[in-house]
Design a protein around this ligand. Structure first.
Ligand SMILES: NC(=O)c1ccc[n+]([C@@H]2O[C@H](COP(=O)([O-])OP(=O)(O)OC[C@H]3O[C@@H](n4cnc5c(N)ncnc54)[C@H](O)[C@@H]3O)[C@@H](O)[C@H]2O)c1
Length: 442
């Protein structure tokens, strides 16, 4: 073999061999909800894994063998750290010693709803300083189609360093669902697309060592779009069902009963549920990455904008329901005590990012209600610049003029809540079994 072909052969063969015999040194940049579980899976598969994060707290907790992510047991982290297979650092120069890097940094939206690429760019620029031939780099952060090729490739390429020959670059969407007891990083099929076929092949080879199923696709753009399709599908269907909930409310129809009956159809229907608004780092944000990108191509993403508008109205709709219910009981919202049950964005999690509970508390504050909350997973929240501490549930429920169930954590004693509350707004159908005139459902 001569020229390019021999270079492809030498770097690809050497790296594939190291990956297959698990001597490749794996690096994960960003050790949050996505990065830590991934680091643990590769360490469990027998690799030496180094996590790189800017957070001093996360780095020192990991090195002390402690997990700070609910789905990752501390016992696993402790055993892997003790065995010398997992460590963390803030020092990017370790990249010089690594063979692979997965980038799992945040991709938030700016206030203008434009993508904030600064985390990806900065992680990539740091990586580029210590980049060397024969490396595999995979972006896992959710982003708009084109990011890997348009943003990352120019940062990592240099004269004599060509993707698919001297290094391998892929995108692989992360699909982890925090709190899901059935599906985790290991058993959720992993989609991966590379800049070239050799890159895709290397990505597949890498993930196949630690994860159950790998799904190769033809390009990084396809892999990027897969994630946005999945999350846009959820966001739009939730928007549809939230609109249906508003319609049902006006018509005096129980939307929950409608959905339960509709889902008995064995084909062509999938249930989605209404709620107090979207939360979390993905569903409220990711579709706007797509609409931002399509706007540049002159296409307006109308479904996304409409669903975003409807979902964005749900905290206001919830507060209106609280206000109307209090009025029906001869009270005004102004001056009433409202107790919020659950502030995490999802049941049984401790994550409050984009949680609709924060919007609801803000709207209640603006209407001069006295707001308290309880949440077994979240000891403190910050709203309107003030720290609010979780209260013991039952005394606060008994004391409140109105209780609003925003997050249906399993840990709440709902029988006791129903017994002690004067009035309940249930935005999650958590009290589906209870019949009482003091319960008002979304
Ligand atoms: N959380 C989820 O359920 C989920 C699911 C699928 C996809 N995603 C996507 O995965 C990506 C990461 O999300 P997450 O929830 O893990 O975020 P996170 O905030 O929990 O973790 C990100 C980590 O990256 C670190 N970081 C930020 N900038 C860095 C840099 N330049 N160098 C090194 N470390 C840096 C932060 O300190 C943090 O620890 C996002 O794009 C998100 O949309 C998240």
């Amino acid at each position: 073999m001569i020229g390019n072909e021999s270079a492809v052969h030498s770097h690809a063969t050497a790296l594939a061999e190291k990956i297959s015999n698990r001597t490749a040194r794996v690096g994960i940049i960003g050790l949050g909800y996505v990065g830590l579980p991934l680091a643990v899976e590769f360490a469990k598969a027998g690799f030496n894994v180094t996590g790189i994060d800017l957070s001093e707290g996360k780095v020192s907790q990991l090195n002390a063998g402690r997990s700070y992510i609910q789905d990752v047991p501390t016992t696993e982290v402790e055993a892997l750290v003790e065995a010398g297979r997992l460590r963390a650092t803030r020092d990017f120069s370790v990249i010089a010693e690594l063979d692979t890097i997965n980038i799992c940094v945040p991709t938030p939206l700016r206030k203008t709803k434009d993508p904030d690429m600064s985390y990806i760019v900065s992680a990539c620029e740091e990586a580029a300083k210590y980049f060397h031939p024969g490396m595999l780099v995979i972006l896992e952060s959710t982003t708009y189609p084109g990011t890997t090729e348009e943003v990352m490739l120019p940062i990592l390429s240099s004269p004599g360093m060509e993707a698919g020959r001297d290094f391998f670059l892929c995108f692989s969407p992360e699909r982890v669902d925090p709190g899901n007891a059935q599906y985790n990083t290991r058993n959720i099929p992993k989609v991966v697309g590379g800049i070239t076929p050799a890159c895709t092949e290397m990505g597949v080879c890498f993930y196949a060592q630690a994860l159950q199923t790998v799904v190769p696709v033809g390009s990084t753009q396809v892999a990027e779009m897969v994630k946005l399709l999945e999350n846009t599908f959820r966001m739009i269907n939730i928007g549809l069902v939230n609109e249906l909930a508003i319609m049902c409310d006006r018509m005096g129809i129980n939307v929950w009963e409608v959905i339960d009956a509709a889902k008995t159809k064995p084909f062509g229907f999938m249930p989605f549920y209404p709620g107090p608004g979207l939360g979390g780092h993905c569903i409220p944000i990711d579709p706007f990455y797509l609409s931002w990108k399509t706007r540049q191509a002159g296409i307006e993403a109308r479904f996304i904008e409409l669903a975003g508008y409807i979902n964005g109205q749900m905290p206001e709709f919830t507060v209106e329901k609280i206000q109307n219910a209090l009025n029906d009981h001869g009270k005004a919202l102004n001056g009433s005590r409202v107790h919020v049950l659950g502030v995490a964005y999802k049941a049984d999690l401790d994550d409050v990012r984009e949680s609709p509970a924060l919007d609801i508390i803000h709207l209640l504050n603006r209407r001069h209600a006295t707001v308290t909350y309880s949440d077994p997973h979240v000891p403190v929240v910050h709203v309107d610049g003030l720290a609010l501490c979780a209260q013991p549930t039952l005394p606060a429920v008994a004391d409140a003029d109105c209780v609003v169930i925003v997050t249906n954590h399993a840990a709440f004693d709902y029988d006791a809540v129903v017994a002690n509350a004067k009035l309940i707004i249930d935005t999650r159908n958590a009290l589906r079994w209870a019949k009482s005139p003091k319960i008002i459902r979304l």
